[in-house]
Structures are given as structure tokens and as C-alpha cells.
Design a protein around this ligand. Structure first.
Ligand SMILES: *Cc1c(COP(=O)(O)O)cnc(C)c1O
Length: 402
């Protein structure tokens, strides 16, 4: 017998759960793209997008996924041959570096492995060694979705300032925006990127690049930029089509409007708090289960963990078996381990991730954790008892915090 019928929960770290409000807003006839409602609605998205990233800077919207925003951020700021410094803490740091390489940039990697955050002292040493200031940008992943580590972006700014290094600070917030606290202007970030399908709760297909005056100046100094990626008119259009370099992503925009309405109604600070409390519930359960048996949080230090995704190690073949069990029997789909072992290596089956970003609440998280506990029991995977009770206690404590 399976107990999977009913509403499914896609608990992977993107695409995330889509609110009914978003789906309903998208379920409509094709709108006119030359006049009327869509034009005004699009203009109204801009201040709300700025607010989500906590910036007074400009924002360009692209019809693309997160990989496209990696490309856009670099295309507007750095000429081929320029140098970038990439502190990497998982698969996504390496992904951005790879895109930089593809653009003909010279990449200096600082690899911190799969279980640690940036070591700011090493970043500082690399910046100080660059006495001629050839590094044009530091490409930093705020939350690396593969390892679920959360990096100190504000600390990076402090290191840049302390060394007097003029490099642009770029932050990949694809997994963290509208989940973990992020303050673009206060933290001195020059370029922030995000995509629609994670904390923003909209289907994949929209990419966002916010940029500071300093980054805009870097764009102006570049002779030419591939037209599609050029952010100049997207951020400051004279004609409606220039927002998107062509036809507007009509239905995604309606979905985004609905998502931003939800974000505004709850408030970004409350959203950060909700994600934190739900994350604590997950950690409490996993730490309790892991007290005996093979389950282990990939990031040991709580203050370095993402509030939107949790990467776990459980040993092969338990990771894949557990994912399969909860999907088939409980209607919960967990994320695969990403970048922890090569596909084809038996060790690949020893990892999984829980996505808890965006439109998630206490009953969804407690339900997902309950399903995981049932799977641990059903599959006879040794684990400490009381995981669910520990999670419930975190939920109760979170709700009673002022
Ligand atoms: C999801 C993600 C990406 C890639 O986004 P795609 O939409 O899959 O291209 C990049 N960086 C981070 C941190 C992510 O979480």
C-alpha cells in the first residue's frame, strides 16, 4: 500500500513549491504586449524587486534561468581576459567559474571544499597578492545549494575594503533571495543575481540582475556587450519591449506579480524569520536522528547553514532508498545529493537534500520530516529517536519568539 495520494510536496531546492495565487495569476488568456495592463504592471514590479534585494540600485530582468544570470552579470562588467576571483564552497561556485571561463575570463579559484564556508583570511591574502589590482570581480555564492553552506557576503565586503581592493563584489543569491537575510546595499554588493524558481516561488524562466552605480560604470567602460545580455535598456527602457530584449514573458510576469504581493503581505523580515525557524526544525530532527546511525548534516556549524536548503549524508545506498521511499509512499520528493559524488559511483547514493525555500510552512516541514522518519523506520536505517518531537519543539519555540 502507498500513502502518496493527496497533495504532493516537491521538497527539492528549486524549482520550489508554487503558491495557488501564482498559478491562478498565470492562468489567463494571452495579454496585449503593446498597450494596457501588462505595461503598467511590469513597471510596478521594479520597485518591489529592488525591495526584495534590499537595494536602491537598478534591476534587469532576463528570460533565462540562473545560468543566464551568471552570464549576464559577467557580460556587463568584464572584458574577455579580465581576471575574477572565485571562492567556491560547492558545485555552484564552480559553475559560475565555468561560465566565466567560457567568456574568456581568467579565473582564480579558491576552493574551500564541500563542507566549509569561505575562509575570509584566504580571500584577503589573494586580494593582497593582487598588488596591480587585476582582479576585476569576486564571484561569491551566498548559499551554495549543493552543500547548503551559507557564506558571509558582508564579510567579503569588509575584506575588500580592508585591502583597498577595487574589485566588484558579485553575489549569487539564486538559492537565498527571499529566504535568508540578504542586504545588497548595506553589505556593499555591486551585482546580485537571482532566478524566479526558488525563494521567489515562480516557475523557472525569469532571471534577475541587480547592479550598483559602480557596476553600471563598469558596463559603460566596456566597448560592446552582447545585445541580449546588455542590461542598459532592460534596466532603463524607453520602449516596453526593451525590458526583455523582445517579447515579454507575459505569464511569468503575472505570476511574479502575485508572488511579490505575497512577499509584501508577509514582509521580508517575517519571511526570513519563517525560513530560519523552519530550518531549525529540520536541523533539530536531523541532529536527533543522527545521534545514532549514519545520518549527518553536511554543514556541522549551525551559523553556516542555509535556511532554504539542507544537505545530508547518510551513506550509500540509504540516500537514494530513502528518497525513493518517501516519494513512492508519502508524496514527498526530496532532492538528490549534488556534487558530492560522481553519478555512477556507488557513493552517489549516500546523499540527499531537503529544499525548504519559498512557499513552505510548518505543516509542510513537519509532514516532510514525518515522512522521512517513517522512511528511516521502514528501511531499517539506524537513527536516534525523537527527531519529530525535537522539530515540533523548535516550531513551538519559533512561534513564541517575539
Ligand atoms: C539553482 C542555482 C543556480 C542555477 O540556477 P538554474 O536556474 O538551474 O540555472 C545557480 N546558483 C545557485 C546558488 C542555485 O541555487
Amino acid at each position: 500500500m502507498s500513502l502518496a495520494s493527496g497533495r504532493a510536496y516537491l521538497a527539492i531546492p528549486g524549482p520550489s513549491v508554487m503558491p495557488e495565487e501564482v498559478l491562478r495569476a498565470m492562468h489567463r488568456a494571452a495579454p496585449n504586449i503593446y498597450e494596457g495592463e501588462l505595461i503598467e504592471m511590469t513597471a510596478g514590479l521594479i520597485p518591489d524587486l529592488r525591495a526584495v534585494a534590499r537595494t536602491k540600485g537598478r534591476v534587469a530582468i532576463y528570460i533565462c534561468n540562473g545560468h543566464g544570470t551568471w552570464e549576464a552579470a559577467l557580460a556587463n562588467t568584464l572584458a574577455p581576459g579580465a581576471r575574477v576571483l572565485v571562492p567556491a564552497t560547492g558545485r555552484f561556485g564552480h559553475g559560475w567559474a565555468d561560465v566565466a571561463q567560457g567568456r574568456g575570463l581568467s579565473v582564480e579559484m579558491l576552493d574551500f571544499g564541500k563542507r566549509a564556508a569561505f575562509d575570509l583570511a584566504r580571500v584577503e591574502a589573494a586580494l593582497r597578492a593582487d598588488t596591480r589590482h587585476e582582479i576585476g570581480a569576486v564571484l561569491a555564492t551566498h548559499v551554495d545549494t549543493s552543500t547548503s553552506v551559507r557564506n558571509d557576503i558582508k564579510g567579503l565586503r569588509e575584506v575588500l575594503d580592508a585591502t583597498g581592493h577595487p574589485a566588484l563584489l558579485m553575489a549569487d543569491c539564486i538559492a537565498s533571495l527571499a529566504c535568508d537575510r540578504f542586504e545588497m546595499d548595506r553589505w556593499g554588493v555591486d551585482v546580485t543575481i537571482a532566478a524566479s524558481q526558488k525563494g521567489l516561488m515562480v516557475p523557472p524562466g525569469l532571471g534577475f540582475v541587480w547592479f550598483s552605480d559602480k557596476a553600471a560604470e563598469a558596463r559603460r567602460r566596456l566597448g560592446s556587450v552582447p545585445r541580449y545580455w546588455d542590461w542598459t535598456h532592460r534596466a532603463d527602457p524607453e520602449m516596453f519591449y526593451q525590458y526583455f530584449g523582445g517579447t515579454a514573458p507575459t505569464h511569468h510576469l503575472y505570476g511574479l506579480r502575485a508572488a511579490l504581493d505575497l512577499i509584501n503581505a508577509e514582509g521580508i523580515e517575517a519571511i526570513w524569520d519563517r525560513h530560519e525557524t523552519l530550518a531549525r526544525a529540520i536541523w533539530a530532527a536531523c541532529e536527533t536522528w543522527g545521534a545514532t546511525g549514519p545520518l549527518e548534516l553536511n554543514i556541522a556549524e549551525r551559523s553556516l547553514r542555509s535556511h532554504a536548503v539542507t544537505a545530508l549524508r547518510i551513506g550509500a545506498p540509504h540516500g537514494s532508498a530513502l528518497r525513493q521511499w518517501v516519494q513512492d509512499n508519502a508524496g514527498v520528493t526530496l532532492g538528490i545529493g549534488l556534487g558530492m559524488a560522481e553519478p555512477g559511483d556507488p557513493a552517489w547514493h549516500g546523499f540527499f537534500r531537503i529544499g525548504h525555500m519559498g512557499h513552505v510552512n510548518a505543516h509542510m516541514i513537519l509532514g516532510a520530516l514525518g515522512a522521512i522518519e517513517a522512511g528511516l523506520v521502514a528501511l531499517d536505517i539506524p537513527h536516534g529517536t525523537g527527531g519529530l518531537a525535537a522539530a515540533a519543539a523548535e516550531i513551538a519555540a519559533g512561534v513564541s519568539r517575539p
